[in-house]
Design a protein around this ligand. Structure first.
Ligand code: ADP
Ligand code: MG
Ligand code: MG
Length: 886
């Protein structure tokens, strides 16, 4: 703990985020860089931690420190807090370590009361302005400190406007504002039995405490869970002298992104409102003007903004999101932070910054959030598709989303729980709706602009969003919206095209994603850095070709059972399983062989020159047979005795194959050992395909993989089978093919006895799905629905081990197997396949454990290539070096 709880902006800098929060640290940095930042100071995050440790009591002595700091501001501004003639007003602003836009509270115009408001009014010679500030203060204070619903204040304001016959806020005169203020005060008294504090220091204390409390409001808690932000971080509080954007038409407030956060284009992007204060822009209550308009309205301010944008970008080496206020033609900067952006923009910006010499290639690679990249590989609306476009709004966050229309965040979550896809349609979203945005595929709002809450949050989450779509009229009570003659009711399908702002009736055909030139460049850089090879899991020639487009360096897992599932093959597979004699089974296998062979030919061809790891049949056989319940049902409708007899046979066989724990049953190499003719057929198909393609001058590298080995003897028997069948083909064809035989390590016993197993294996592939299942003893198919979600919610275990590799448990087995395996056979190739191959933390683990490759689904290959490069940059060591050290 540092002993000071309060630091002036001059005393901090941008590296002090943990202590000062992001907002405070950056305000300090900008102050010291000589930018026009209104003077102020920060109460540290540690003070907030103290507050929570101290059972939510403000630490003793804090008030004195705040008072001293405030005196310094008074000296600088020559205005005095609570002074009747020359009052100082301040804002009290939350500011967490990690940016959580709009999740916590801020109060403006603190220091006004019935007397100081008169002082301000005289001093500025503008009583309308002074009373407008006072009204805003009571409203924000009432909602933040006294937790009175904002809507109740808004209703009072609207009613008064109506009674004076005015439409826009700024036309309400002083008399009206005074009435509003009185009503506000009454509302507070009625709701809390307390009055709005006239003592300005009391205002300040209550406001600071309210900001501390807002760290634990529901929306902040949800946001932290979503982005894995630690609960202990806490928030700082910034107390800053006010500047006023509501002093007339030469004043205003706005938000500026230094480059386009949607596309990454290098041009200013932002919005402003004249004669407005504070959160009017972000809240989406009035639709603001685009920043370009400032060029003609206030050219000097615009030029200053351009300069500041460049200055801040160079200082922070990143695109910035700036909040500013203009007071009588003078520009003030109130906040800067790294701007949230779409994945598309992130990639484009990284490459731009390298070209401009702002970042090195390595820094650019590190900048990419790999989870984010997945968005780039989402499908988009096919330009050829015929669309019924019903409305157009602002293209606030790109991509396309289709779903059932819902009008309420709670309804959204409810429907999604029941497996439906929804699009959230609403006037605007506020931080209270965050759970609805999380649940929805996309968001459509009628109010608000490109920097409104909905837009910023959706971009951050990579969800399509259309804002300011004023043409549609929502009737939330009747759960419908109108557009022209069309009525869309809750549950109807609509599609959003966030890239163009089009709202489309119904569902729409989507197009496969393409890789942008900038992403290609980044991937090239990543390949020159990374040491892990990135392979893919692909079962079909199409997937294999797709993965090659994404530069997969081979197939790490080709699951042959998927080839058995097509409608024309399944009957043959069933014939094979149900065969009464070996002869009958051979007849079925003979039919399957050419089918398998042609699959392998297609895959080998797509992977020309790269290894293809083929796993022999793995799942329990009953998965290929009809369900017993269906068979029993059908039995009663069968009349002919002969048909009936056959059907009963089938039922007996299916019953026979039933197991209590099929995932621990007769599957994997256990099948191969009991039914060697099945594996033999597969091996022959593999090598016939290989020989055929080699004759066509295609370079084939087959690797045969035996699943579910637990004891070395299993592998020894299976390897003999593979070698013999391969030899047979080579003899028959008069041509040899180089190949490898290896095993999956997915049974804990195999990992523990990896030295023995390595004697018979050329490679290990860690099947982390099964390995996790068996290490934890969780059934992957049941856990989620039964207890795992509870476990995760209540933090019984930290993460879902089926998504993020459990490095301590499962990881220990992997490390053990690599170590023992390599001790036995130095050239042993090791890799990982399974869901984890596409997850960043797991990739880092694989790099550090010295694996040779990871294998993931085709669409995750680009992401994995970048993550593998990041791992190398992070550990600054190659996997091989690590290897020799273990
Ligand atoms: P958030 O974290 O929700 O963005 P902020 O603390 O940034 O909240 O406050 C929101 C807005 O309030 C700012 O963008 C700015 O327009 C206004 N504001 C905050 N402090 C001041 C101030 N000292 N003077 C004028 N406006 C302010
Ligand atoms: Mg802000
Ligand atoms: Mg498995």
């Amino acid at each position: 703990m540092s002993n000071r709880r309060v630091l002036q902006f001059e005393e901090g800098n941008s590296s002090m985020k943990v202590l000062l929060g992001g907002k405070g640290a950056n305000l300090a940095e900008m102050t010291n860089a000589g930018l026009a930042v209104p003077p102020g100071f920060t109460i540290t995050t540690e003070t907030c931690q103290e507050y929570y440790i101290n059972e939510q009591k403000l630490p003793e002595g804090l008030f004195d420190e705040v008072k001293d700091a405030l005196e310094l501001i008074e000296l600088k501004k020559q205005q005095f807090f609570g002074d009747d003639v020359n009052p100082l007003l301040v804002s009290v602003r939350s500011g967490s370590v990690t940016s959580m836009p709009g999740m916590m509270d801020t109060i403006l115009n603190l220091g006004l009361n019935d007397r100081t408001v008169e002082g301000l009014s005289k001093q500025m010679n503008n009583s309308r302005f002074a009373y407008d500030c006072y009204r805003r203060l009571i409203q924000m204070f009432g909602s933040v400190v006294f937790e009175i619903e904002m809507k109740l204040f808004e209703d009072i304001f609207e009613e008064t406007k109506n009674s004076f016959g005015v439409k826009v806020d700024k036309d309400l005169k002083v008399e009206g504002l005074k009435l509003v203020i009185n009503e506000y005060k009454l509302l507070i008294e009625e709701k809390t039995n307390k009055s709005f504090p006239q003592d300005v220091y009391n205002q300040l204390t209550l406001a600071v405490e309210a900001v501390f409390k807002s760290w634990n409001n529901q929306r902040a808690v949800v946001y932290r869970q979503l982005y894995n932000i630690p609960d202990q971080q806490c928030t700082a509080v910034n107390i800053q002298s006010m500047v006023f954007g509501n002093m007339g038409d030469d004043s205003g407030t706005g938000v500026l992104f230094t480059r386009n956060p949607s596309t990454g284009e290098n041009s200013l992007f932002g919005e402003f409102l004249t004669n407005a204060q504070g959160e009017d822009v972000v809240a989406g209550i009035r639709t603001p003007q685009p920043i370009e308009n400032l060029k003609t309205e206030m050219p000097n301010v615009y030029n200053d903004l351009v300069k500041i944008a460049r200055q801040l970008e160079t200082r922070y080496k990143d695109m910035q999101d700036i909040e500013f206020t203009i007071e009588k033609g003078q520009l003030y900067v109130l906040q800067t932070r790294s701007g949230k952006r779409t994945a598309q923009a992130a990639v484009k910006l990284a490459v731009q910054f390298v070209a401009e010499g702002i970042l090195s290639k390595e820094e650019a690679i590190n900048r990419i959030e790999v989870e984010h990249l997945e968005q780039l590989l989402h499908s988009t609306i096919d330009p050829q598709a015929t669309l019924e476009v019903i409305a157009k709004g602002l293209p606030a966050s790109p991509g396309s989303a289709t779903g059932h229309v819902v009008f309420d965040a709670d309804v959204a979550t409810e429907w999604v729980k029941h497996g439906k896809k929804v699009v959230l349609v609403s006037h605007e979203t506020s931080p209270e709706d965050i759970h609805g945005v999380i649940a929805a595929e996309g968001v459509l709002t009628t109010n608000g602009g490109m920097t409104s809450h909905a837009a910023v949050v959706a971009r951050g989450m990579g969800k399509p969003c259309i804002c300011g779509c004023e043409e549609i009229k929502i009737d939330p009570e009747r759960k419908r919206f109108y557009i022209g003659n069309t009525t869309i009711v809750e549950g109807d399908w609509i599609t959003l095209d966030g890239t163009t702002g089009r709202v489309i009736n119904g569902t729409v055909a989507l197009k496969e994603p393409e890789i942008s030139p900038e992403l290609l460049k980044l991937l090239e850089w990543a390949d020159s850095i990374k040491h892990l090879k990135v392979l893919t899991n692909a079962d079909t020639p199409e997937d294999a070709a797709k993965a090659r487009d994404f530069k997969a360096e081979g197939i790490g897992l080709c699951r042959t059972e998927h080839m058995f599932m097509s409608t024309e093959r399944l009957p043959v597979v069933q014939e094979m399983i149900l065969a009464q004699s070996l002869e009958e089974r051979h007849r079925a296998l003979d039919k399957l062989l050419p089918m398998q062979q042609s699959d392998f030919e297609g895959i080998f061809e797509a992977m020309h020159g790269f290894p293809v790891t083929i796993r022999l049949l793995d799942p329990p056989l009953h998965e290929f047979l009809p369900k017993i319940e269906e068979l029993l049902e059908k039995q009663f409708s069968l009349k002919e005795p002969e048909v009936n007899e056959k059907h009963e046979q089938l039922i007996r066989k299916v019953r026979n194959l039933q197991e209590v724990n099929p995932m621990l049953g007769q599957r994997g190499c256990r099948l191969g050992i009991l039914f060697p003719e099945i594996y033999r057929m597969q091996v022959i198909a593999i090598f016939r395909a290989a020989v055929k393609l080699i004759r066509q001058k295609i370079n084939v590298i087959p690797e045969v993989m035996i699943p579910l080995v637990g004891h070395v003897n299993e592998l020894e028997i299976m390897r003999k089978l593979v070698d013999e069948a391969a030899e047979e083909v080579f003899l028959e064809e008069g041509l040899r093919v180089n190949y490898k035989v290896g095993t999956m390590i997915e049974v804990p016993r195999a990992a523990l006895t990896a030295d023995e197993i390595a004697e018979h294996a050329d490679f290990f592939s860690f099947g982390t799905n099964d390995l996790t299942q068996m290490t934890y003893g969780y059934s992957r198919d049941d856990a989620e629905g039964k207890f795992l979600s509870y476990y995760l919610e209540h933090k019984v275990i930290p993460t879902n081990p089926f998504q993020v590799l459990d490095t301590e448990g499962v990881g220990a087995l992997i490390k053990c197997a690599v170590k023992k395996g390599r001790a036995q056979k130095t050239a042993l190739k090791t890799g990982i396949c399974g869901e984890h191959g596409g997850n960043k933390e797991s990739i880092f683990f694989c790099h550090m454990t010295g694996l040779n490759y990871i294998s993931c689904s085709p669409y995750r290959v680009p992401m994995a290539r970048i993550a593998a490069a990041q791992a190398q940059l992070f550990y600054k060591t190659t996997s091989l070096e690590y290897n020799y050290n273990v």
